[in-house]
Structures are given as structure tokens and as C-alpha cells.
Design a binder for this molecule. Structure first.
Ligand code: C2E
Ligand code: MG
Ligand code: MG
Ligand code: MG
Length: 290
């Protein structure tokens, strides 16, 4: 009897695996088509400067409205895209979309307003990254100073010599670089000093832990590190007034999170750009989308 149960479980498991493999296979084809058909969307999440009481940057976040399955979470299809190499055309299409949106918004943008674009490790290792970025920016007439690329700590630290070269080329082009999800990897002060980056983004997990007091030490360390290296520091995932207070009391005045605004379409971003930010939540509007 025990044997039969085990047998059934094995059969059930392999049936599930077949379904999973099939879903993944169809998803791969769907994603390939979505990239080809330019069906991916980009939304923008405002980043607020508490000192200037204004939106000073926005992070571009890709969205895939899947016809049959609804919205698929970015981490799910981004990892699929990374594994299949589709991340190269995907990122290109995101950069193109952001540049097209910037071209439309340009007359209304404050001089130093920046757009943050995520790049994956595969993009960072792609030998065509630099020529692609400069070609796309030039074609759209977007000044490189408008762009800040976000790369995770792990990607940057994997090969320090290589990272130094690529960051140098990006800097030469005039774009900026932020270290995303900072604090989740293993970088040391010495490593960070060698890299030509402009911004540290405190990972959402530490901001979350601020409420129960756990994240304070790490958040303080990251803010101190950023300041001593002359870098900007952005806190991401800020959801509560108490997190906001804890961050601003410790000298972090660049805030990204649902407390101020969720990611939104370009048209909505344009609407909130000119607003003076005096109250959390006031940018949320009713056109925001997740
Ligand atoms: P990330 O770069 O760390 O982006 C921040 C994520 O946190 C976004 O999730 C954003 O919507 C979410 N977020 C912001 N504020 C809050 C908050 O207050 N509370 C909560 N719970 N979440 C908040 P999203 O858009 O789902 O993206 C997830 C990840 O997918 C990104 O993390 C990034 O690693 C990746 N990703 C998104 N768009 C792109 C893209 O165009 N290219 C690449 N390569 N990766 C992307
Ligand atoms: Mg990011
Ligand atoms: Mg992040
Ligand atoms: Mg994150």
C-alpha cells in the first residue's frame, strides 16, 4: 500500500512538472512575440527629494500585460528573459520606450531630472551594450545626462576589473549608474570605492525592517557609506510615515515607495512633475497602476 501511494505521488509530481514545463514553453513564445510586437509597457515610479519637495527622478519599470494570464510579475518574466537571452532585445525595447517618452516630456522636465532604467547582469556582460545605448539615445535625441542605469551590487562585484571598464565607458558617455538593491550582496567599502557609481539604492527589505528596529543599523551604515563616498542615496519601498521619518532623520532624503506614489504611466508622471510635494500619498493620484 505504501508503495502504491509513493507511485501515485511520483506520477502526480511528474504530471505537474510536465504542466510547468509546458507553461514555461508557451510563456517563452508569448514573451518573444510580445517583445517583437512592442507589446511591453513601461511605467514610472516617482522618486521624491524631501529637501526640494519635488519629484527629481523616476524609475522605469517594465510591464507585460499578458492577454490570457493578466499581469505577470516582472521578476518572473525577467528571469525567463535572462535565461533565454531575450533580455537583450527586451532591455533595448525598454530603453527605446523610455527615450521616446523622454523626447515627449523634455520641454516639461526640470534640468536635472533623471530617468532610472534597470539593466540585468546579462545586459552588463553584453559587448553590444555601450554601442546600443549610445545609438538609441542619439536616435531619440535624448541627452545622456537624463539617464541613470541601475545594476545590482552582485552584478557589479562579480568581476571588478570588467565592471571598472564598463562603468568608465558609461560615465564617458555621460549616463549615471546606481547600485540597486544595495546591502543584499557582499560588497565592501574598498570595492565600492573603486567603482565609478553615482547612487546607492537601499534595498526595500531593510526599509521594511525599520519598523521593528532591525533595519536601522544597516540603513545607517549605507547612508553613512554613501555620504562618505559622495554618493546619492535613495531608499526604495518606503510605505509608512514612520519609515519616512526614520530615513530622513538619518540623512536620507531621496525617497521611492508606495507612500508617495506607485509606478504610473508617462502621462501621469508628467502631471505630478510640477507638483510641490508636501504630504505623503499626494502623488498617488487615481491613475497609478501597480
Ligand atoms: P527593482 O529595480 O528593485 O524595482 C523596485 C521594485 O519595487 C518595483 O517592482 C517597484 O514597483 C517595487 N516597489 C516600489 N516601491 C514599493 C513599495 O513601497 N512597496 C512595495 N511592496 N514595492 C515597491 P516591480 O516593478 O515589480 O519590479 C521588480 C523587479 O523587476 C525590479 O526590482 C527589477 O529588478 C526588475 N525589473 C523591472 N523592470 C525591469 C526592466 O525594465 N529591466 C530589468 N532588467 N529588470 C526590471
Ligand atoms: Mg531598480
Ligand atoms: Mg531596487
Ligand atoms: Mg529591489
Amino acid at each position: 500500500r505504501a508503495k502504491r501511494v509513493t507511485g501515485e505521488q511520483v506520477a502526480l509530481f511528474s504530471e505537474e512538472m510536465k504542466v510547468a514545463a509546458f507553461l514555461r514553453f508557451t510563456l517563452e513564445g508569448d514573451l518573444r512575440r510580445a517583445i517583437g510586437d512592442d507589446a511591453l509597457r513601461v511605467v514610472y515610479q516617482p522618486i521624491v527629494d524631501l529637501h526640494r519637495r519635488a519629484v527629481v527622478k523616476a524609475e522605469a519599470l517594465v510591464r507585460w500585460p499578458h492577454l490570457a494570464r493578466g499581469a505577470i510579475p516582472p521578476p518572473e518574466f525577467i528571469s525567463l528573459a535572462e535565461e533565454t537571452g531575450m533580455i537583450v532585445p527586451l532591455s533595448r525595447s525598454v530603453i527605446e520606450r523610455v527615450c521616446a517618452d523622454i523626447a515627449v516630456m523634455e520641454p516639461y522636465l526640470p534640468a536635472d531630472f533623471r530617468f532610472c532604467i534597470n539593466l540585468s547582469g546579462v545586459n552588463f556582460m553584453d559587448t553590444q551594450l555601450i554601442p546600443t545605448v549610445s545609438a538609441v539615445l542619439a536616435a531619440a535625441g535624448v541627452p545622456p545626462g537624463r539617464i541613470e542605469f541601475e545594476l545590482t551590487e552582485t552584478v557589479l562585484m562579480r568581476d571588478l576589473d570588467y565592471a571598472t571598464v564598463i562603468l568608465g565607458q558609461l560615465r564617458e558617455m555621460g549616463v549615471r549608474v546606481a547600485v540597486d538593491d544595495f546591502g543584499t550582496g557582499y560588497s565592501s567599502l574598498a570595492y565600492l570605492r573603486r567603482l565609478a557609481v553615482d547612487t546607492l539604492k537601499i534595498d526595500r527589505s531593510f526599509v521594511n525592517e525599520l519598523d521593528d528596529g532591525q533595519g536601522i543599523a544597516i540603513v545607517e551604515a549605507v547612508i553613512g557609506l554613501a555620504h562618505s563616498l559622495g554618493l546619492e542615496v535613495v531608499a526604495e519601498g518606503v510605505e509608512t510615515p514612520s519609515q519616512l521619518c526614520a530615513l530622513s532623520a538619518r540623512g536620507c532624503h531621496l525617497i521611492q515607495g508606495y507612500l508617495f506614489a506607485r509606478p504610473m504611466p508617462a502621462e501621469s508622471l508628467l502631471e505630478v512633475l510640477g507638483r510641490e510635494v508636501s504630504m505623503p500619498g499626494m502623488l498617488a493620484g487615481n491613475t497609478s497602476v501597480r
